[in-house]
Design a protein. Structure first.
Lengths: 445, 228
C-alpha cells in the first residue's frame, strides 16, 4: 500500500470515532504539555541563575590567588598560551580622603595596570582610561558621594529619619552629591592608614579622566578611585614617612594585597588556562567553574522534572492503549476482510501503529503550542502576581524567567510522547495482526 | 490450476484437555482446470467451507498438499500467503463483507490500494469494473445504501479488480432473493466465459451448484463427484 493511501486510511478511521480520538489526543496533549511546562521551569530558573552570575562578570575572567608569602609570577602567567591579558589590581590598606571644591569623599585605594585594562576592553561610562600616573578613573557613584558639609549633615539626618525605610533614604540621598561631570576636573587626595584616625598631611592632586561604567546590579555602589599601579611605591613611601615610630611600619606586602585577574582568549580556552594555573599551585576562581557546578545541579533537577512529566505522559498512554484496543476490537471483521483479500499482517500492524503515532504526533504538536503559551503567560504574569502579593516591584525589575522552552526540550518531550504513543499502540497493533480471518468473517455486521 | 492431494484436517472439539478430534476433511484429492466452474455442495458441517478455507490459505490443512498455479500453498507462511492471495484469488462472500465506511468505488478500489497501485490507475480500473457489473451510477453509495444484489455485485467487482485467475465464492447467493440470485449466477457465468476465470463455488443450493461445469458433493469430509 502506498504511504499516501496508508495515511488516508488512517485518517478515515480516525474521523469515524471523532469524540474518542479527540479525548485521547486531549489526554496526550495534557500529558506532554505537563512534561514540557514542568521541565521548562528547570530550564527557566537555570537560565535566570546563569544570567545573574554572568551579568556582572566576564566569563573569560579567572581570579588567581597565591600564597600570601610568595609573589605570584605575573609575567609567567602572561606568557601562557590562550592568555589575552593579566590585570593586576592592588588593594591598599589605605583610604583616599578626597577634596574637590568644598566637597569631600573617602574611598579605598585601589590600583591597577591601565595598559592591561585597555587590553581586556574595560568599559567606561564616560571619558577614557588614564595614560599617566596622575590621572585616575572614578567609580560610577563617586560623584554622588562627593558631599559638601551641609549635604553630609542632610544625609545623616535623612538616614536617621528614615532608618526604618532604606529605599526612601537611598532615593533621597541620590539627590545629593556633585551633579556635573567630573571628567577633566582635578581633585586633591590625602592618604590615610586604616589603622590611623588622621589623614597623612601630604596632599596629592589627580586629574579625573574617566568614570567607570554603571554596575549591572542596582544594589552595587561603586564609590571608588582607580589609581595607576605605578603609584604603589610612592604611596608606600608617603605612608612610611608618616609613621613616627619605625617599629610600627607595616611591611609592603602587608600594606598591599594583589588581586590578579587572568583573561583567557575565549570561553573554550578558560578550562585549559585554569588547569595550567592550578598546576602552578595557584588557587583560582572562575565563573565558568561556578556555572559548571550549577549546571550539574540543574541537570539533576531537570531530569527529575522530566521524569515526573513522563509519568503524566505514561498515564495519557493508557488512553491511547484503550482507544487502540477498542479500535481493533470494533474493526475485527474489517481486519479479517483486509487479510482475506491480501493485506499482509505487517501492513495491518503498520496501519494501527500509524494511527497511534498520529494521536501521539497531533497531541504533541498541540502540547508544544500550548506549552509555549503557558510559558509566555507565566513569565509575564507570575512576576506581576508575586509582586502584587509582596507589594514590591522586585520580580518585574529583576527580569527573572520562570519558564524557558529550548528546542532540546521540545525534541526530548516529543520523542518521549510519540515513543510512548507508539509503545501503547504496539500491543493492539500486534493483536490486529493475529486476528483469525475465518473467525473475523463470521462476525455479524 | 488447482491441485488438491490427500488433504486431511481435523478439528478439536470440547473442553481444553478433553478435546475430541473430529475429522472434517478426509484424504481429499481432486484438480480444477483453468476456466472451469466447480461447485461443492453439501449440508452444513459437511466440511465444504473448511475446504474452501484451506484452498484460500485462511487455514493450513494438517495433511496433504494444495498446489495453485504451480505453487505449493499449504506450507506458505502468513505474509507469503497474503501476497499470493492478492495475486491469485478473488473472494465472493455470502454476506458480501464490504467495508461499511467506504463507498462502492472505494470498496472495489481496496485490493488495488493494498497492492500499491497509484490512484489514477486505480480509478480507471474501478470505474471500468463498476460499469461491467452495472453499478456505475451508485459508485459513491455506501454499502448500507445499496440493495443485497448491488452489494454482491460490488463484492464481485472487488474480487475481479486485481485480475485474479481464480474466484472463490462461499455461498454467493445465500443472502439474496431468487430473482437477484439469477442475476448474480448469470454474471458469474458471463465472467467465466468472457475472462476465462476459474470459479470454485461453495453452496448448499442445488440450483447454484448446477451452473458449474463439475459438481462435487461433500459428506462428512468426503468428496463425491456428481454427474450434471
Amino acid at each position: 500500500m502506498l504511504f499516501k493511501d496508508q495515511v488516508d486510511f488512517v485518517r478515515q478511521h480516525l474521523k469515524k470515532n471523532r469524540l474518542r480520538v479527540f479525548t485521547t489526543i486531549l489526554a496526550t496533549t495534557m500529558g506532554c504539555a505537563f512534561l514540557i511546562v514542568l521541565a521548562s521551569i528547570g530550564f527557566g530558573l537555570q537560565g535566570s541563575m546563569e544570567r545573574g552570575i554572568l551579568t556582572d562578570q566576564t566569563v573569560t575572567e579567572i581570579e588567581v590567588y597565591g600564597d600570601p608569602q610568595k609573589k605570584i609570577d605575573v609575567d609567567a602567567i602572561r606568557k601562557m598560551d590562550n592568555v589575552r591579558a593579566v590585570v593586576e589590581k592592588t588593594n591598599a590598606q589605605l583610604s583616599a580622603n578626597v577634596k574637590f571644591e568644598e566637597r569631600t569623599n573617602s574611598v579605598p585605594v585601589n590600583m591597577t595596570d591601565f595598559d592591561n585594562e585597555e587590553k581586556i576592553g574595560s568599559k567606561l561610562s564616560e571619558g577614557r582610561l588614564p595614560q599617566n600616573s596622575d590621572e585616575i578613573v572614578v567609580g560610577y557613584h563617586f560623584a554622588e558621594n562627593l558631599l559638601s558639609k551641609a549635604e553630609l549633615k542632610e544625609q545623616e539626618k535623612l538616614y536617621e529619619e528614615s532608618a526604618e525605610n532604606d529605599t526612601t533614604s537611598t532615593k533621597q540621598a541620590k539627590k545629593l552629591g556633585y551633579k556635573e561631570s567630573l571628567v577633566g576636573k582635578t581633585i586633591s587626595v590625602k592618604l590615610q592608614d586604616y589603622d590611623n584616625d588622621k589623614a597623612i598631611n601630604k596632599e596629592l592632586t589627580f586629574k579625573v579622566v574617566g568614570v567607570s561604567e554603571k554596575p549591572a546590579k542596582d544594589w552595587l555602589i561603586k564609590n571608588t578611585i582607580l589609581f595607576s599601579h605605578e603609584l604603589k611605591g610612592e604611596f608606600y613611601n608617603i605612608y612610611k614617612a608618616s609613621v613616627k615610630d619605625s617599629k610600627n611600619i607595616k611591611a609592603e606586602k602587608d600594606m598591599f594585597y594583589p588581586e590578579i585577574k587572568v583573561h583567557a582568549t575565549n570561553l573554550e580556552a578558560v578550562k585549559g588556562v585554569i588547569a595550567k594555573l592550578k598546576d602552578k599551585g595557584l588557587s583560582v576562581y572562575s565563573v565558568t567553574e561556578q556555572l559548571d557546578d550549577i549546571n550539574v545541579i540543574f541537570l539533576a533537577f531537570k531530569v527529575g522534572l522530566i521524569f515526573v512529566g513522563t509519568i503524566a505522559v505514561l498515564i495519557a498512554s493508557i488512553g491511547i492503549f484503550n482507544t487502540m484496543t477498542m479500535a481493533v476490537t470494533e474493526r475485527t471483521r474489517e481486519i479479517g476482510v483486509m487479510k482475506a483479500i491480501g493485506a499482509s499482517p505487517k501492513l495491518i500492524q503498520r496501519l494501527f501503529l500509524m494511527e497511534s503515532a498520529w494521536i501521539g504526533i497531533l497531541g504533541t504538536a498541540i502540547a508544544i503550542v500550548i506549552s509555549y503559551g503557558i510559558s509566555f503567560l507565566s513569565n509575564w504574569l507570575l512576576p506581576i502576581i508575586i509582586d502584587m502579593a509582596t507589594d514590591s516591584k522586585q520580580f518585574q525589575e529583576a527580569d527573572i524567567v520562570f519558564s524557558h522552552i529550548p528546542w532540546q526540550l521540545i525534541l526530548v518531550a516529543s520523542a518521549i510522547s510519540i515513543g510512548v504513543a507508539l509503545l501503547s499502540g504496539w500491543r493492539p497493533a500486534r493483536k490486529a495482526t493475529k486476528i483469525d480471518v475465518i473467525q473475523a468473517l463470521r462476525q455479524e455486521l | 490450476m488447482i491441485e488438491i492431494k490427500n488433504v486431511s484436517h481435523t478439528f478439536a472439539i470440547g473442553k481444553k484437555g478433553k478435546e475430541k478430534k473430529v475429522p472434517v476433511l478426509k484424504d481429499l484429492s481432486f484438480g480444477i482446470a483453468r476456466g472451469e466452474i466447480v461447485s461443492i455442495v453439501g449440508k452444513s458441517g459437511s466440511g465444504k467451507s473448511t475446504l474452501l478455507n484451506t484452498i484460500a490459505g485462511f487455514m493450513a490443512p494438517e495433511q496433504g498438499s494444495i498446489v495453485v498455479n504451480g505453487q505449493e500453498t499449504a506450507s506458505m507462511n502468513e505474509v507469503t500467503h497474503a501476497q499470493f492471495r492478492l495475486e491469485n484469488f478473488g473472494f465472493i462472500f455470502q454476506n458480501f463483507q464490504l467495508m461499511p465506511g467506504l463507498t462502492a468505488l472505494e470498496n472495489v478500489e481496496l485490493p488495488l490500494k493494498i497492492k500499491g497501485i497509484p490512484s489514477a490507475k486505480r480509478k480507471v480500473k474501478v470505474k471500468e469494473l463498476l460499469q461491467q457489473v452495472g453499478l456505475e451510477n451508485v459508485s459513491d453509495h455506501y454499502p448500507n445504501e445499496l440493495s443485497g444484489g448491488q452489494q454482491q455485485r460490488v463484492s464481485i467487482a472487488r474480487a475481479l479488480v486485481t485480475n485474479p485467475p481464480i474466484l472463490l465464492a462461499d455461498e454467493p447467493t445465500g443472502s439474496l432473493d431468487s430473482e437477484t440470485e439469477q442475476d448474480i449466477l448469470l454474471l458469474i457465468q458471463s465472467l467465466n466465459k468472457a475472462l476465462n476465470l476459474t470459479f470454485v463455488i461453495i453452496t448448499h443450493d442445488e440450483e447454484v451448484a448446477n451452473i458449474a461445469h463439475r459438481k462435487f458433493r461433500m459428506h462428512d469430509g468426503e468428496l463425491v463427484k456428481e454427474v450434471l
